[in-house]
Design a protein around this ligand. Structure first.
Ligand SMILES: Cc1cc2nc3c(=O)[nH]c(=O)nc-3n(C[C@H](O)[C@H](O)[C@H](O)COP(=O)(O)OP(=O)(O)OC[C@H]3O[C@@H](n4cnc5c(N)ncnc54)[C@H](O)[C@@H]3O)c2cc1C
Length: 549
C-alpha cells in the first residue's frame, strides 16, 4: 500500500499548481490523472496577473514568457460583422512582451495556451523528488476517517487496482468532480447556455480577410453578438471559433461546422478541421469547499463562463491558498483551525468571480432594434455600426479590463486575518486600489532594478518594519519562534512602500496576503501569531470580536 501526505486527484492546471506549490514548500504529494496529460482541445489562453505573480515566485515566469505565442503579436480585440466584414470597434492591447509594465504588479497578463501552460507546470512539479505525477491513473473510491483518507485507484493501462493512504485528499477533478459528488456536496447556480468550439488550421487567415494581426474577434451581425474567433497559435495557424450558444446540447458530429465558419469569416474558406467540442456554460459554486480531510479546488468548486478569463486563474488562487495551509499543518506549526479558513477565504472569491463572469456574458446579449442595419452599406448602416461598436467596446469590452478582479480580491472576515478597523475600499473589477489592509494582497513596489517587494514573500511569514525607526518586531519574532512558525523580519525604508503599507509593522502571510498591521509592537504578540496560524478557534478573531493590539 502506498502512502502520501497529500493525494491530489486531477492533473489539470489547478491540480498541477497545487503539486507545484506543495513541492516548492518541500511537501511530498502524489497527483493522479486519468488521462495521459496530452491536451487535445485547449480551453484556457489567458494567464492573468496574479497567476503570473505566483509563476514568478515559483521561478517559472520566464518559461511562460518563452511560450510559442509570438511575444510581439498584438493582443487586440476587434468587434467585426465578420472577419471579412466591417470592423466596428477595437480595443488595442499591447503584445505580451510590451515594455510598458503594469503599474501595480511586477508581472503582466500573458497569453499562453493551456497546451503550453500545463506542460510548464508539469515540468516544474517534476523537479521536486517528493512530488509524484501518475498519469493514466483514476480515483475509483475513497473513505475518510479521523486520521486520514483511504483511496482505491486503478492503473488504466494494466487494470491493476491498488490503495493509496493519504493524510489529505484534494479533488482538483474538474466540473464533474467525482470527489465532490462522493461527498454529497451540491452546486448552486445556473446553466447559461451550450457553446460549441470549432478548432481549425488555416494559414494566412488574416491576409485572406484583409486584417492586421489581432488575437480576438467578437462577431456581431443581424443576429446580435453570436461568436468569437481567437488565434490560439499564430505560428502554426491554429484558430478557435466559439459559437456562444448553439441552443441545446448537440452531438459534436452533427454540428454544422461549415455554416458557422462561413458566417464568422464572411466568405467560403478551405480549412483543416482539428476538433469540435460541445460544452455547457455554467455559473455555479459549490455549497462547500471541504469536508473533514477532503478538500476541493478549481472547476470542482466553481464553474464560470470563460468571459473574463477567470476560471483557471481562480482555481490557481485556490491551490495557492490551500497549499501553504496544508504545508503548515503537515510541518506542525499550522493550528487546528487553519485548514477550515480555506473555505471561508476562497468561497467568497469563487462567488465573486462566478458572478462577474456571468455579468460579462450577459453584456453580450443586449438587444438593439437597429441590428437589422448593421451590415447595411447606407449612411444609416454606418451610423448604426458606430453606435453599436462604441457600446460593445464599453460593455463587452469590460471583460478585458479586469485588473481589479485579478489582483484586488481580499479575504474579508477571514478568521486568520486581524482587522484593523479601516474601511473596505470598493471592489471594482476595472480599478485596482493597492492596499495593505488586512486580508488584501500586499501591494507591489519596486525596491530596485527588477526587484519587487513581492519577491520577499512566499516561504514563511514576513514581518515588514517600515522605516528605519519602525518599532522593534522582537515580540512577534519570539512568539513565532516559540511556535515554530517561520517568520523573517525585514526593514524597508522605501518611501513608496511606507506610504502604501500605511502602518509601521505589517505581517505578510506565506501567500502574500496581509495578516496583521499596526503602528506599535502588539502587547499580545502570542495572540497575533496564534490567530494568523489558525490556532484560535473561528469566531474569536477576524469577525472583529478579538482584538489583539
Ligand atoms: C473556452 C474556454 C476558455 C477558457 N479560457 C480561460 C482563460 O483564458 N483563463 C482561465 O483562467 N480560465 C479559462 N477557462 C477555464 C479553465 O479552462 C478551467 O477553469 C480550468 O481548466 C480548470 O482547471 P481544473 O484543473 O480545475 O480542471 P480541469 O482542467 O477540468 O482538470 C480536471 C482533471 O481531472 C481529471 N480527473 C477527473 N476525474 C478523475 C478521476 N476520477 N481520477 C483521476 N483524474 C480525474 C480530468 O481528466 C482532468 O484532467 C476557459 C474555459 C473555456 C471553456
Amino acid at each position: 500500500m502506498d502512502k502520501t501526505p497529500v493525494l491530489i486527484v486531477g492533473g489539470g492546471p489547478v491540480g498541477l499548481a497545487l503539486a507545484c506549490e506543495l513541492g516548492w514548500r518541500g511537501i511530498a504529494c502524489t497527483l493522479i490523472e486519468q488521462s495521459d496529460g496530452a491536451i487535445a482541445t485547449p480551453k484556457m489562453n489567458e494567464v492573468n496577473v496574479r497567476t503570473m505573480e505566483f509563476c514568478r515566485r515559483w521561478g517559472i515566469a520566464d518559461d511562460v514568457h518563452r511560450c510559442p505565442f509570438p511575444p510581439d503579436y498584438p493582443l487586440d480585440v476587434a468587434f467585426v460583422t465578420s472577419l471579412s466584414g466591417y470592423e466596428i470597434g477595437r480595443m488595442p492591447r499591447p503584445p505580451r512582451m510590451s515594455e510598458q509594465p503594469e503599474p501595480h504588479s511586477p508581472m503582466r497578463l500573458q497569453v499562453c495556451s493551456q497546451m503550453w501552460f500545463d506542460p510548464i507546470l508539469q515540468r516544474f512539479a517534476r523537479t521536486f523528488p517528493q512530488v509524484h505525477l501518475q498519469y493514466r491513473t483514476r480515483l475509483e473510491s475513497f473513505a475518510t476517517s479521523e486520521n486520514g483518507v483511504s483511496t482505491e485507484v486503478v492503473d488504466l493501462e494494466s487494470g491493476h487496482r491498488r490503495h493509496i493512504e493519504a493524510n489529505y485528499l484534494v479533488g482538483c477533478d474538474g466540473a464533474n468532480s467525482v470527489v465532490r459528488r462522493s461527498l454529497g456536496i451540491g452546486l448552486g447556480g445556473k446553466t447559461l447556455g451550450y457553446p460549441v468550439h470549432l478548432y481549425f488550421r488555416v494559414p494566412n487567415l488574416l491576409e485572406i480577410c484583409g486584417r492586421n494581426p489581432t488575437t480576438f474577434f467578437v462577431t456581431v451581425d443581424r443576429g446580435g453578438v453570436w461568436s468569437n474567433v481567437r488565434v490560439i497559435d499564430p505560428v502554426n495557424a491554429i484558430w478557435r471559433l466559439m459559437v456562444l450558444d448553439a441552443g441545446s446540447i448537440l452531438d459534436p458530429e452533427r454540428v454544422d461546422r461549415k455554416t458557422y465558419l462561413h458566417r464568422a469569416v464572411g466568405r467560403p474558406l478551405e480549412i483543416e478541421w482539428l476538433g469540435t467540442s460541445v460544452w455547457t456554460r455554467r455559473s455555479v459554486v459549490s455549497e462547500q469547499y471541504a469536508k473533514g480531510r477532503v478538500f476541493l479546488a478549481g472547476d470542482a468548486v466553481h464553474q464560470l463562463s470563460p468571459t473574463g478569463a477567470l476560471g483557471m486563474n481562480t482555481g490557481i488562487g485556490d491551490a495557492v491558498d490551500l497549499g501553504w495551509k496544508l504545508a503548515a499543518v503537515l510541518a506542525g506549526w499550522g493550528g487546528t483551525d487553519l485548514l477550515s479558513s480555506y473555505e471561508i477565504e476562497r468561497r467568497p472569491i469563487g462567488l465573486r468571480n462566478v458572478g462577474m463572469a456571468a455579468e460579462f456574458y450577459r453584456n453580450h446579449q443586449k438587444a438593439d432594434d437597429d441590428l437589422a442595419f448593421i451590415e447595411d452599406g447606407s449612411t444609416r448602416g454606418a451610423e448604426v455600426r458606430r453606435r453599436i461598436g462604441e457600446a460593445l467596446v464599453r460593455d463587452v469590452g469590460r471583460m478585458f479590463r479586469t485588473i481589479g478582479l485579478q489582483i484586488g480580491y481580499r479575504y474579508e472576515n477571514s478568521p486568520i486575518c486581524i482587522p484593523d478597523r479601516t474601511p473596505a475600499y470598493p471592489d471594482d473589477p476595472e480599478v485596482f486600489v493597492p492596499s495593505a489592509r488586512p486580508g488584501s494582497r500586499a501591494p507591489h513596489v519596486w525596491l530596485g532594478e527588477g526587484h519587487s517587494i513581492l519577491d520577499l514573500y512566499g516561504r514563511g511569514f514576513v514581518l515588514l518594519r517600515l522605516g528605519a525607526d519602525a518599532p522593534d518586531g522582537s515580540r512577534l519574532e519570539e512568539a513565532a519562534a516559540q511556535r515554530r512558525v517561520p517568520l523573517k523580519t525585514i526593514t524597508i525604508t522605501d518611501c513608496e512602500a511606507m506610504q502604501l503599507y500605511e502602518k509601521r509593522l505589517v505581517l505578510v502571510r506565506p501567500d502574500g496576503h496581509v495578516a496583521w498591521r499596526g503602528d506599535a509592537s502588539p502587547q499580545e504578540a502570542a495572540a497575533v501569531i496564534d490567530t494568523v496560524r489558525g490556532a484560535v478557534p473561528s469566531g474569536l478573531s477576524g469577525a472583529g470580536q478579538h482584538h489583539v493590539c
